[in-house]
Every structure is written in C-alpha cells, then in structure tokens.
Design a protein around this ligand. Sequence first.
Ligand code: GDD
Ligand code: MG
Length: 330
Amino acid sequence: MFAVVLVGGFGTRLRPLTEYTPKQMLPICGVPMIEWVVSHLADHGVQEVGLALGYRPDAFLNAYPNGEIAGIPYRIAVEAEALGTAGAIRFAAQEMQLEETFLVLNGDVLTDLDVSALVEFHSQHEAEATIALQTVSDPSRFGVVTTADSGQVEEFIEKPTLGKSPSNSINAGTYVINRSVVDRIPEGRPVSVERETFPEMADARTLYAMESNTYWLDTGTPEQFLQANLDVLQGRRKNRPDLPRASIQATAEVEESVIGTGSHIDAGAIVKRSVLFNDCHICHGATIIDSVLSDGVYVGEGTRLEGCVIGSNQRIEAGATLIGENKPES
Ligand code: GDD
Ligand code: MG
C-alpha cells in the first residue's frame, strides 16, 4: 500500500529548532522523526511513501539523496502554497497518480498503531475512509469524534471549545482513504480534511473509525518533543534503533537525557530530562534541566538552563541563568 505523509506544516511551536529544519527532520534519540514514521509503516507492509509538503523539500532530498527513507522508496509533492490537509491530499494523489486506496498520516505523530488492523477494519466495513482514534483526557486540541456501535462516525468536530467536547475519542491522524475521497475535495483553494471533508463524510455516513489505544504522541511542542525522546529512552516504544554515542565524563550527572554524537559533558555538569543534539559542549558546573539544545551549542561553566530551547551554534556564556527561554540559531 502507498502512504501519503503530510509534512507541510511550519513547526511554529518548535522554533527555533524548526527555523531551518522541518519538524519531521528533528532527531528523536538521534534518528530523524520521518524515519520513525516510515519504518513503522514498513513494518505494516507499506511499500512506498509520498511526502506532501511545501516547506523545505531540500531538507528531505539532501538527507535522503538515493530516493529511500528507512529503506522505503519515497516521492515528494511540493505545493506552491499551503493547500491545507485535504488540499495536500488531493494534490499529492494527483501528482503521484494514486488510483487505489491509500494511507494518509499526519507526519508529526509518533505511534505504535496497528496500521494493518486499520486497513483490515476499513475493508471489512466497506468504508469510504477510516480514521484511527485515540482516547485522551483533554480533547480540545484535537479533532473529536463520536461513533455508532458499528464504528460509523456520527460527528467529527475539529478543536471543539474547551468543555464542549462530545467525547474523549480523538482523531489520531492516520487514515485509510478510498480514491473517491479525493474527488470530494474542491480544487483551487486550501481545504482542511478535518473541517470540511470528514464532517461532510460523517453526514454522508461513509466515514468509519477504529478505536486504538496504543503508544501515541503528537510532537508539536517542545514538551512533547522532549517526551518523545524520553519515551524511547525509557522503553515505552516497541522498537528502538541504536542510540548515538556521546562522551560523558564519569563524574558528570546525566539522567533521563539523550546526548547526541560528538557532544561532550564535562565533569561536574548536570543534565536532566533534556535532549542535546550533536556536537554540544557542556562545561564544568553547568546545569541543564527540561531543555532541548540543537547542534553545536556551547554552555559555559556554572550556567543554569531550565525549560529552554536553544538553536544551533549558540554560545551561552559562563554563569548565565536562563529559565523558559528560546534562543535562535546564531
Ligand atoms: N502538505 C501539507 N500542506 N501539510 C500540512 C498542511 C498543508 O497545508 N497543513 C498541515 N499539514 C501537516 C502538518 O505538517 C502535520 O503533519 C499535519 O498536516 C497535521 O497538521 P497540524 O498543524 O500538526 O495539526 P494539529 O496537530 O493541530 O491537528 C491535527 O492532528 C491531530 C492529531 O495530532 C488534526 O488532524 C486533528 O484532527 C488531530 O486530532
Ligand atoms: Mg500536529
């Protein structure tokens, strides 16, 4: 089966990490997010993927110049301007000449979803499209879904007002879509699959949903990005690639953290619940907590960083205290 992965967002909430890098190229324990997504699809028999994007196609083409991501061939569809989630699906289906049922994924979701079971559910129910559901405690940031016992979607409401959500089942961002869905999407303007196409299909009674409560995380914010790294580290994911090696002085204190290749942590430094990309240098006596440091960040002696997101090649001078700050690339 073919899978279209939507990777066209700007990753605004993850700036400065996404200033020059698309969200899906950020490393989760040293492996770019897109590789996690694609290798999971490969485990479920997906043979080819299409990346639907507009922003920074070169980042993918440069990283995967031989036409494969995680051993799976890929193609790209580049939108001249953002077409919205449904517009992007339509554009990719046309560019890639998709004529059969295919998968669509939000590219910023990490999950152990049983994609094969979703495909099976879709064909058993003779649905026009089937979406995976996840149960969450606060559904207001998501697409909320109510279903009949048959699995038929009765209502799809994108981002309902706080406290007005009719259920705690949310759209988990993985869909099986028949080719006929593409013809429902109007051309020539941005269209949201969540705000237009799915509600229309719910009314037409052709949309189905499958409950799945497995590992699931939307990685859109710095806190969630940190969590995605810690979840791998702490064994909450099914598969885990080889983690990068770093040099950590025996007397440095490192807890629940991911340290990228070539990063050095000097003796007497403390790093907790943080992610350091490659080639960072943390000097003696520095303390880093709940923070994400991009490539090549230098943190001087005795510095304290807490809840910070630091862009690549920044120098944080000795003795500084930064709490909850974002620093751009330098
Ligand atoms: N190609 C392309 N073009 N991709 C886009 C565009 C576009 O115009 N707009 C958004 N995307 C991509 C994003 O890169 C992301 O991978 C995916 O579509 C979803 O967009 P987000 O901006 O991350 O949406 P969200 O997180 O607020 O909500 C979506 O995901 C939730 C689950 O995480 C919705 O699908 C919700 O219904 C869902 O619950
Ligand atoms: Mg998202």
